[in-house]
Design a protein around this ligand. Structure first.
Ligand SMILES: Cc1cc2nc3c(=O)[nH]c(=O)nc-3n(C[C@H](O)[C@H](O)[C@H](O)COP(=O)(O)O)c2cc1C
Length: 203
């Protein structure tokens, strides 16, 4: 059994819906999700950092604010320097998701920030792995998977409405698929490390 930590920030609840679907995907793969809510910039991040250190894989989540991860998420990211100093997250798997109002909304910049955070820690990035819809833009609807066509991670789109109804079903299912993909990769990674150790190779 592997553990997948899901540290996320959500100012208004839309990114949180996705975090819960990511966790569902991890469970669907038979693995254990650990949802870690980043509440505000003043909180003590040490318990979250400790949970991530114990996990096999991490899926970072943040809304896109002003073309990048939210400021609260960035404060958390800076606090993870304590793990950077010791290399505590090195060689774990990592992935990410973001959400914003516009279809583009500069979400790719936020995903880049998540991937660079993972790279700074020496983690191995897992992409989304869901094809963009092979239909015309007019046919692309709320049930479409990977609706905005991102590959580095999940880029979801929410309207200015309650998180009960937005982001739409396709984005939620794409989040579930990301969780499932990372959890399955974490199993392969753990089994591979174990086999390498048995062979006397560096694991
Ligand atoms: C301060 C702020 C900045 C935002 N900047 C962007 C942006 O750059 N691009 C965009 O598409 N939406 C932007 N939005 C809209 C949010 O991304 C959108 O409302 C999202 O669903 C919020 O997610 P949350 O409910 O998890 O906080 C911004 C919202 C706020 C509050």
């Amino acid at each position: 059994m592997t553990t997948v930590a899901i540290p996320y920030h959500s100012g208004y609840g839309h990114t949180e819906v996705l975090a819960q679907k990511v966790a569902e995907g991890v469970r669907d793969a038979g693995q254990t999700p650990v949802l870690l809510k980043i509440e505000n910039a003043a909180q003590d991040f040490a318990p979250l950092i400790e949970e991530i250190t114990k996990a096999d894989a991490v899926i970072f989540g943040a809304p896109t604010y002003m073309g990048d991860v939210s400021g609260v998420f960035k404060v958390f990211a800076d606090a993870t320097a304590s793990a950077w100093f010791t290399g505590a997250w090195k060689d774990k798997l990592a992935a990410g998701f973001t959400n914003s109002h516009s279809f583009a909304g500069d979400k790719l910049h936020a995903l880049n920030s998540l991937a660079i955070l993972a790279a700074q820690h020496g983690m191995n990035w897992v992409s989304l792995g869901v094809p963009a819809p092979a239909v015309t833009a007019a046919e692309r609807g709320p049930d479409s998977l990977n609706r905005v066509g991102a590959f580095l991670g999940l880029a979801a789109q929410s309207d200015n409405a309650s998180p009960e109804i937005t982001p739409p079903a396709g984005d939620r299912e794409t989040a579930r698929l990301l969780g499932e993909r990372v959890a399955k990769a974490a199993v392969r990674w753990a089994v591979g490390a174990s086999a390498a150790a048995d062979l006397g190779k560096a694991a």
